[in-house]
Design a protein around this ligand. Structure first.
Ligand code: HEC
Ligand code: HEC
Length: 274
């Protein structure tokens, strides 16, 4: 493992020292003390924003420059559109999207009635199917990720605060196990890159802590919104392993665990990355 990274690591390039204020208005906590459950492994948690180049970071500081906000605007239109057999739109029950402020920060979240941990995508589809009589949206599709981006955008600046105890604990433990499992021919776990080597260069990329407070992420590379599960899939593929599917129980558990590693960081979604 060491050889893969160190051979490709010309220099240690730590997180860029900078502060993020969006629209001169929303002050983001992009570095903060690590949550207690991480105290054995790290002191500080750092948003992926600090590991990107100057131009990319700047794009996230103003909604006019953030290409992810175009998708948020599209979702604002869908919000009021009636769909399905019940003649309802999201607005029929939730009024303005702003009524969901704070929701992004606590998801994935245990749903008592369903007896499961739900991601935002799962909850949106539950409302579509059971409240509206509409079709499910595909997990990583543009309309789904745009809706998730809209719901995230109204929580920007609020601290991520997912619950990891009580009924969510079992799922959290499962996600933690996946995080430390070595995958593929390269035998690399998430932790080998994002815990042991953040700040280092891997190939041409500046390794971050792999936080998900900025999701969905607009990537300049593929010019669309990317779901957290898309990123998980890509990272596991890079280890040359078979991977889990977006929306699978394994990725839901991994999302809860990874989200909890960022408890205390601000919700940034939709963020901009390369
Ligand atoms: C017929 C009413 C109805 C419609 C239409 C509806 N929802 Fe919901 N939604 C609910 C109810 C009821 C809940 C559960 C409230 C709770 O958990 O406190 C809920 C919960 C949610 C939550 C989780 C809130 C939380 O605090 O955990 C999200 C996110 C959400 N809905 C999004 C949507 C979106 C997006 C749409 C449109 C695609 C939509 N809903 C359409 C009734 C509706
Ligand atoms: C071989 C090293 C490697 C492994 C193993 C790896 N990743 Fe990554 N990951 C990267 C690189 C490189 C990037 C792009 C630069 C960055 O943001 O760190 C990235 C990016 C990410 C991001 C985006 C962060 C942001 O702010 O946009 C997330 C989330 C992520 N990884 C999660 C994971 C998870 C979860 C696992 C385990 C299933 C994993 N990664 C395994 C190398 C790795």
């Amino acid at each position: 493992m060491g050889s893969l990274l160190l051979a490709a690591a010309p220099a240690l390039a730590g997180p860029v020292d900078d502060t993020l204020v969006v629209n001169d208005e929303i002050e983001m906590t992009t570095r903060t003390a690590a949550p207690e459950h991480l105290s054995d492994v790290m002191d500080e948690v750092i948003s992926g924003w600090h590991f990107r180049g100057d131009e990319t970071r700047l794009m996230q500081a103003d909604d006019f420059d953030n290409p992810g906000m175009i998708f948020v605007e599209q979702a604002r239109d869908s919000w009021g559109e009636v769909e399905g057999t019940e003649g309802k739109s999201c607005a029929s029950c939730h009024n303005e999207p702003e009524s969901l402020a704070g929701v992004r920060a606590v998801y994935p979240k245990w749903n008592e009635e369903a007896g499961e941990v739900r991601t935002l995508e799962m909850q949106v589809n539950d409302c579509r199917v059971n409240q509206m009589g509409a079709e499910e949206l595909k997990y990583t599709s543009v309309p789904m990720q745009s809706m998730v981006a809209l719901i995230s955008s109204v929580s920007r600046g609020m601290p991520v605060n997912v619950a990891i105890d009580g009924p969510a604990q079992e799922t959290w433990e499962k996600g933690k196990e996946i995080y430390y499992t070595r995958f593929g021919q390269l035998e690399l776990a998430c932790a080998n890159c994002h815990e042991d080597n953040y700040g280092n260069m891997i190939r041409a990329d500046h390794l971050s802590q792999g936080q998900i407070n900025g999701f969905p992420v607009y990537r300049l590379k593929n010019t669309k919104l990317n779901a957290a599960h898309d990123r998980f899939k890509g990272c596991i593929r890079d280890t040359r392993a078979e991977t889990f599917a977006p929306g699978s129980p394994e990725f839901v558990a991994l999302e809860l665990y990874v989200a909890s590693r960022g408890n205390g960081l601000s919700v940034e979604g939709p963020s901009v990355r390369n």
